[in-house]
Design a protein around this ligand. Structure first.
Ligand code: PGA
Length: 255
């Protein structure tokens, strides 16, 4: 099954407007001819329009870091999928910082997945266990539960607009990435769970990213795992050279 690798840069609550534009320009310049890799920049909400303009015509697309589960109404401070859809291709849902810092539940994630899909946004659905859960031998149980809940309302026909990001919480922002063995094992587990929820053919077609301390110097080996189809990158996506290096590492595996 040919799955086009997808490298996405989650800028989180970082960058000024000037930095965001410079970063977008830098990534554009660095990866001008890298069409084999889907490249996604995920800026903070207020910079989405400007970044979208900066990368237009380059093949780079823009994503949002979150959305609400309703399309409009009295929800002060929230942003709906319908508002994002003209400017974004993707929305990240269920990121560990939203789950663990901001208290987002599986049910909320599932409702957001449905709302995003009905507005035509593709979803990067994040799943991953904490260190405590891993040490207690519960990593697969947690990932399975987050996956099944997040995909609860997803029908077979919607699966092509879903990307799963396996991001062990203990690897995010720590500088300690999962080993290639752990990344591959869990990506394979995610794929087998998808096969149980949908079917094997569907599972084989869904892209699975690894996320958590991906850098230029570990990207090649992580992206070399047979079930890893890309990366969701935080810290290293804030530097155009570093992010460009990761994208080129992905492209080298395709070419
Ligand atoms: P990191 O973040 O690359 O800084 O570990 C990854 C993420 O939060 O998606």
């Amino acid at each position: 099954m040919n799955r086009r690798p997808i490298i996405a840069g989650n800028w989180k609550m970082n960058t000024s407007l000037d930095e965001a534009l410079a970063l977008a320009r830098g990534v554009r310049e660095q990866t001008e001819s890298v069409d084999s890799i889907e490249r996604v920049l995920i800026p903070p909400f207020p910079w989405i329009l400007a970044v979208h303009g900066e990368v237009s015509g380059s093949g780079i697309t823009v994503g949002a870091q979150n959305c609400y589960m309703e399309q409009s109404g009295a929800f002060t401070g929230e942003v709906s999928p319908a508002m994002l859809a003209p400017h974004c291709s993707y929305v990240v849902l269920g990121h560990s910082e939203r789950r663990h810092v901001l208290g987002e539940t599986d049910d909320q994630v599932a409702a957001k997945v449905t709302a995003a899909h009905s507005s035509g946004l593709s979803v990067i659905l994040c799943v991953g266990e904490t260190l405590e859960e891993r040490e207690a031998g519960r990593a697969e149980q947690i990932v399975s539960q987050q996956l099944r809940a997040g995909l609860g309302n997803v029908s077979w026909g919607m699966t092509q607009s879903i990307v799963i990001a396996y991001e062990p919480v203990w690897a995010i922002g720590t500088g300690v990435a999962a080993s290639t063995q752990d990344a591959q094992d869990m990506a394979a587990f995610v794929r087998s769970t998808l096969a149980n929820v949908f079917d094997q053919k569907t599972a084989n077609s869904v892209r699975i990213q690894y996320g958590g301390s991906v850098k230029g110097d570990n990207a090649a080996e992580l992206l070399g795992c047979p079930d890893v189809d890309g990366a969701l990158v935080g810290g290293a996506s804030l530097n155009a050279d570093d992010f460009g290096e990761i994208i080129r590492a992905a492209a080298a595996q395709v070419n």
